[in-house]
Design a protein around this ligand. Structure first.
Ligand code: AMP
Length: 479
C-alpha cells in the first residue's frame, strides 16, 4: 500500500502523523485514533504541554509517543554522547518495557534509537547503550537518578519529557526524584504528564512542571461494551486458600490474575496453589527483572493461566483477554482496587472481578465501596460456621449486612445501581447465596454505573523526601 493510500485510510493522518511513522502506525493496526489520541496529539504536535487524565488501556502510550517520534524523525543521528533527546519516565519496570515495545513498533523503519534504564538489571549494559546518545530513553526514576548522579547520563539536551502514571509515581515515593530529573532537563522542553487520578500532589506537580498545558481527559478504561461484574466472597483468612482453589477448578476461569497485598503473601498464595495442583506464575518487586518478564510472558502466551501479583508489580500491565481478577485480599489503598479490576474487561470484552474478604478487612472494603459508589454483592458466604477463636459479634456484622441488604445489589465497576437505580430486587444468586464463581449476576442484578470517583483521604507512601542526586537510595524501592 502506498503512503498516499494509507493517509486516506488512516485517521492518524488527520492528526498530523505522516510518512514512515504513519505507515508503521497503520501496520500496527492503529487506524482510528482513540479519544485520548484525538485530544492529545494535535496540541503536542504544536509544541504544547499536556496534562492528561487517562488510564492504561486508553491508548495514552501512542498519544504521547507519536508526536515525539514525529519531531525526532528527521533530526538526524547527531546527538551528544550520554544524552537523550526524549525521556519517558514510568513508575515500574514492566510499564517501561511495555512503553519501549510500543515505541519500537510505532517507529519501525524510522531509524529512531531507544534505550531502557531500569533497576534490577545490569547497570553496565545500560551505561553502554546511552554512551553514544539516544533518541528516546524510557526509564524508572530510581536507576535514572543513579546514572545522572554518576555522570553517565546528561539530561541537558532532553527536550521532550513524559511522566507516565504520575499518581503511581507518587504512591511509590518517586515524586522528588521526578522533580529533580525534570529540573536537569532542557528548560525549553515540552512536557507531558499522564495520571489515572488527580490527587492534590499531582495537581501541584503539574503546576511546577508544565507550561500553560492543554488538559485532556478521557473516561475511565471501560468502553461502551465492556463490563466488569464485581462480587464479594466472604471468607476467613485461613479459609481463603481452599476457597480460591475451589474457584480455580472452574474451567471458565481461563486467564486469572490474583492480587495479593504483599510480596510475601503473593509467594504464599502461589506455593499453596502449586500444592493444590495449579500451575501459577508470580510477579512482585522482589523477583528479578528476568523472572518478572518470564512470568509475564508465560501468562501472556497462555502457558500458565494464573498470575499472582502485587499491586505495584501489576500496575500498567496490559495483557489482553484476562477473564478474571481475584482479589485474594483487599488492597491497602482503596484506589488500587480500581486498578486491579481494570486488568480485566479490556478492549470491549467482559470481565469478572471477585474479592475475598475476611471480616477484619471490612474497613478497607467500605473504603473501596465508597470510591466505586456501590456495594459489592455477596455471591458466597463462608462465614456461616463461627470461628471459636473470634468474637462472634465481629463475624456477624458483615454476614447480616449480606443477608439483609447486600446480596441484591449487583455491581459493575463503575457502580451503576441495580435494576436501573433503586436496587430493590429480591433475587439471590442461587440457593444460600452461592453461585458459580465464574459466572456473573443476571442482568437485573448487575448494577448500573454512575462513574468512578477519585478517592479522597487515601494514605500515600511519601518516600524519602530528603534525597538529592547525591543521596542514598532506600533499599525497598521497586525500581
Ligand atoms: P495504552 O493505554 O497505551 O496502554 O494502550 C492500550 C492498548 O490499546 C494497546 O494494546 C495498544 O496497542 C492499543 N491501542 C492504542 N491505540 C489504539 C488505536 N488507535 N486503535 C486500536 N488499538 C489501539
Amino acid at each position: 500500500m502506498t503512503n498516499e493510500n494509507i493517509a486516506e485510510l488512516n485517521g492518524f493522518a488527520a492528526l498530523g502523523i505522516t510518512g514512515a511513522l504513519l505507515k508503521a502506525t497503520h501496520a500496527a493496526g492503529l487506524t482510528n485514533p482513540k479519544p485520548i489520541q484525538m485530544q492529545a496529539i494535535p496540541p503536542q504536535m504544536e509544541g504544547r504541554d499536556i496534562f492528561g487524565i487517562a488510564q492504561t488501556g486508553s491508548g495514552k502510550t501512542a498519544a504521547f509517543a507519536l508526536p515525539i517520534l514525529s519531531k525526532i524523525i528527521g533530526l538526524g543521528t547527531k546527538r551528544r554522547p550520554k544524552t537523550a533527546r526524549a525521556l519517558i519516565l514510568a513508575p515500574t519496570r514492566e510499564l517501561a518495557v511495555q512503553i519501549e515495545d510500543t515505541i519500537k513498533i510505532l517507529a519501525k523503519g524510522a531509524h529512531v534509537s531507544t534505550a531502557l534504564v531500569l533497576g534490577g538489571v545490569s547497570r553496565f549494559s545500560q551505561v553502554k547503550k546511552v554512551a553514544p546518545g539516544v533518541d528516546i530513553l524510557i526509564a524508572t526514576p530510581g536507576r535514572l537518578t543513579d546514572l545522572v548522579r554518576e555522570g553517565d547520563l546528561i539530561l541537558a539536551d532532553t527536550k521532550w519529557l513524559v511522566l507516565d502514571e504520575g499518581d503511581r509515581m507518587l504512591d511509590m515515593g518517586f515524586i522528588n526524584d521526578v522533580k529533580r530529573i525534570a529540573k536537569a532537563t532542557a528548560p525549553d522542553r515540552q512536557t507531558v504528564l499522564f495520571s489515572a487520578t488527580m490527587p492534590n500532589e499531582i495537581a501541584e506537580l503539574a503546576k511546577g512542571l508544565l507550561k500553560n498545558p492543554i488538559r485532556v481527559e478521557v473516561a475511565p478504561q471501560s468502553t461502551a461494551a465492556a463490563e466488569i461484574v464485581q462480587s464479594l466472597v466472604l471468607a476467613r483468612t485461613k479459609q481463603k486458600r481452599q476457597v480460591l482453589s475451589k474457584m480455580l477448578a472452574d474451567e471458565a476461569m481461563k486467564s486469572v490474575i490474583i492480587f495479593s497485598r504483599t510480596k510475601h503473601g503473593a509467594d504464599r498464595v502461589t506455593k499453596d496453589l502449586e500444592r493444590d495442583g495449579f500451575k501459577a506464575a508470580v510477579i512482585h518487586g522482589n523477583k528479578s527483572q528476568n523472572a518478572r518478564q518470564k512470568a509475564l510472558n508465560d501468562f501472556r502466551e497462555g502457558s500458565v493461566r494464573i498470575l499472582v501479583a502485587t499491586d505495584i508489580a501489576a500496575r500498567g500491565i496490559d495483557v489482553p483477554g484476562i477473564s478474571h481478577v481475584v482479589n485474594f485480599d483487599l488492597p491497602d489503598e482503596a484506589e488500587s482496587y480500581v486498578h486491579r479490576i481494570g486488568r480485566t474487561g479490556r478492549n470491549g470484552m467482559d470481565g469478572i472481578a471477585i474479592t475475598l474478604c475476611d471480616p477484619s478487612e471490612n474497613a478497607k472494603l467500605r473504603q473501596v465501596e465508597r470510591i466505586i459508589r456501590t456495594k459489592l454483592p455477596v455471591v458466597a458466604d463462608h462465614l456461616g460456621s463461627p470461628d471459636p477463636q473470634r468474637n462472634p459479634a465481629e463475624k456477624n456484622e458483615r454476614h447480616f449486612e449480606s443477608v439483609n441488604d447486600r446480596e441484591h445489589h449487583g455491581a459493575r465497576r463503575d457502580g451503576r445501581r441495580p435494576g436501573g437505580g433503586k436496587g430493590s430486587g429480591k433475587q439471590r444468586f442461587g440457593a444460600g447465596g452461592e453461585r458459580a464463581f465464574s459466572g456473573k449476576p443476571s442482568g437485573d442484578q448487575a448494577g448500573k454505573p454512575q462513574g468512578e470517583r477519585k478517592p479522597d483521604g487515601v494514605k500515600r507512601f511519601k518516600g524519602n523526601n530528603k534525597r538529592r542526586f547525591g543521596g542514598k537510595r532506600p533499599a525497598n524501592r521497586a525500581a
